[in-house]
Design a protein around this ligand. Structure first.
Ligand SMILES: Nc1nc2c(c(=O)[nH]1)N[C@H]1C(S)=C(S)[C@@H](COP(=O)(O)O)O[C@H]1N2
Ligand SMILES: [Mo]
Length: 551
């Protein structure tokens, strides 16, 4: 075969793969019961990968891994198409069919899809790919000579112009299909979300309180240490702080409530599951007297409440940002479970998402008085799509991977033998959120000498932070002022300690280079440990420390 033929065979394979993929991409946008073939294969890859690999790539999700994985799958598909066609053009149909089989299987096996529709889409993808190859422009161009052919002596390639038009047109079609699919799926996602209106709780809606959004409350705020709690019985009991001065907003301090758009996102979903709230219902099954299925309307007749709760990811490093504080609207998990009447032997709540993710935690955690929620609102809106629309779990005091299931599909009461998604991938079965504190201010590492606000957040859900201390250059630990802790409202008495607190230390900064460290004490007497510990398998430990140069 001449070089030119080879190149054209290569291009045929590439184009066939591109068209098949883009048809799949477009087709999948037409139904929420379909999944993009690329995403489906990505999920297959993640499922087949060893736990350790998933943990260090998808697991820590620097957020770039998912797009990289998907881009990799597209690149490999196109390259394989091109290479196979180059090596053996006559076998391109077989290769396409094999591709289709893998894609079809990957799409059909997802819990989100219907198998019949998935396989139909796969057949259409392969079919279009084949048409592309068969219809590649041929012409009896004048310079065509005997033997100037692929396997089939009747096929002669078109001239260069025809070829360029053909391949250019197909590439443009592929891009257009992907773009159109994108527009359609974005629109249907937004439509689904607009079909649920967040009802108001009986009390004031979140964020209409007088709480300043980015400053330590002035001296009129309640005492920093919750009055109901015992003072910490640590080796260095926090001393009472000076009366907090009225302060302007502190530049660079995270607002007490994390806005939805800034809230960290962690999940295994390569594409956000789109759930129609109208058709949605959750089953409660397993070790219960009365298995039931609840729609959103069924949930809404229960006592609703707003609760400000901090959730954190176990992968968060010391000083990291995989933690956020939101006012969640929902109903108590215990109220929901009561409807199904857990049996004597029920020890664990296993929660499942529509895309097959699972997490399990002790039933006792759901019933011990903390504000464990079946949540449908976040900061006064329906849950954002990324954060679990229409319904998710929020359990104060447990890391997200064992509790905070988004896109909830069902609950199952079990004994402790069942394990959630991350447990056999190397993370601990028991996963209480560890006490932690973070320095956010000063945001820059160069400041002027004088009084410099040092501030940040500290969390210990659901127990609560009683005190925060700062140490400059390994000097003595100095007490900080604390902002308010959250309190839930509506449906049940206020409970504090489930949200993080902001803290502030006014530092008399002298010229030179200084190290600042922070630590927190819990209202149960727990002192934040200073020895560094990595996030795996049950959460990072250690003091957050920054260096600042004072001019
Ligand atoms: N369906 C589903 N829910 C999930 C996860 C997931 O992968 N899939 N990840 C969990 C983890 S590890 C965390 S830390 C929290 C993060 O919630 P957020 O993305 O709303 O911040 O969601 C939890 N819920
Ligand atoms: Mo997480």
């Amino acid at each position: 075969m001449r070089v030119e033929e080879r190149l054209r065979a290569l291009s045929d394979g590439f184009l066939a793969a591109a068209i098949a993929l883009s048809v799949g991409q477009f087709g999948s946008s037409l139904s929420t019961r379909l999944l993009s073939p690329v995403v489906a294969v990505g999920e297959l890859v993640v499922d087949l990968a060893p736990g350790s690999v998933v943990r260090t790539t998808i697991g820590t999700f620097g957020t770039m891994q998912k797009p990289l994985l998907l881009a990799g799958i597209v690149a490999v598909s196109l390259l394989l198409g091109a290479l196979l066609s180059w090596r053996a053009p006559s076998r391109l149909p077989v290769a396409l069919a094999a591709f289709g089989a893998v894609g079809g299987w990957a799409m059909a096996r997802s819990p989100l899809t219907s198998a019949v529709t998935s396989w139909s889409l796969a057949v259409i993808m392969v079919g279009t790919g084949l048409v592309v190859v068969r219809r590649a422009p041929v012409s009896r161009s004048d310079d065509a000579v005997e033997g100037d052919t692929l396997e089939d002596p009747r096929i002669k390639y078109a001239d260069r112009r025809g070829f360029l038009l053909y391949s250019g047109g197909l590439s443009a079609t592929a891009v257009a299909l992907v773009g159109a699919g994108r527009v359609i799926s974005d629109r249907s996602a937004q439509e689904a979300r607009s079909r649920f209106e967040l009802p108001m709780t009986t009390t004031s809606p979140p964020e209409t309180t007088s709480r300043p959004t980015s400053s330590i409350p002035p001296s009129t705020s309640p005492p920093a240490i919750p009055p109901t709690s015992d003072p910490p019985t640590t080796t260095t009991p926090p001393t009472t702080t000076a009366p907090p001065p009225s302060l302007p907003d502190i530049d660079g301090l995270d607002s007490w409530i994390t806005p939805n758009a800034d809230f960290y996102r962690i999940d295994t979903a390569l594409t956000v599951p789109i759930v129609d709230p109208v058709g949605w219902s959750m089953r409660i099954e397993g070790l219960v007297e009365q298995p039931i299925s609840l729609t959103l309307d069924d949930l809404l007749v229960l006592d609703m409440l707003d609760a400000t709760i901090t959730i954190a990811c176990v992968s968060n490093t010391v000083g990291g940002s995989l933690v956020g504080n939101a006012t969640w609207t929902g109903v108590l998990l215990t109220d929901v479970l009561d409807l199904a009447q857990p049996q004597e032997g029920a020890e664990q709540v296993m929660a499942w998402s529509v895309d097959g993710f699972s997490a399990g935690f002790p039933l006792e955690t759901a019933t011990d008085g903390r504000t464990a929620l079946v949540a449908f609102g976040m900061n006064g809106e329906p849950l954002p799509l990324d954060h679990g629309f229409p319904v998710r779990l929020i359990v104060p005091g447990l890391y997200g991977y064992v509790s905070a299931v988004k896109w909830l599909s069902h609950l199952e009461l079990t004994n402790f033998n069942r394990d959630g998604y991350w447990i056999d991938r190397g993370w601990s079965k028991d996963a209480p959120v560890k006490i932690a504190s973070r320095i956010d201010v000063p945001p820059t590492r160069r400041v002027e000498a004088g009084t410099v606000p040092v501030a940040g957040v500290a969390w210990y859900p659901d127990i609560g932070v009683a005190a925060v201390e700062v140490s400059i250059d390994s000097g003595p630990w100095q007490p900080c002022q604390l902002g308010e802790a959250g309190a839930s409202q509506g449906g049940r008495p206020a409970k504090t300690g489930e949200s993080w607190v902001q803290w502030l230390y006014l530092w008399e900064a002298t010229p030179g280079r200084h190290r600042i460290r922070v630590r927190a004490a819990g209202s149960d007497g727990t002192l934040q440990p200073g020895l560094p510990v990595a996030p795996a398998p049950n959460g990072a430990e250690g003091y957050h420390e920054i260096s600042v140069t004072v001019a």
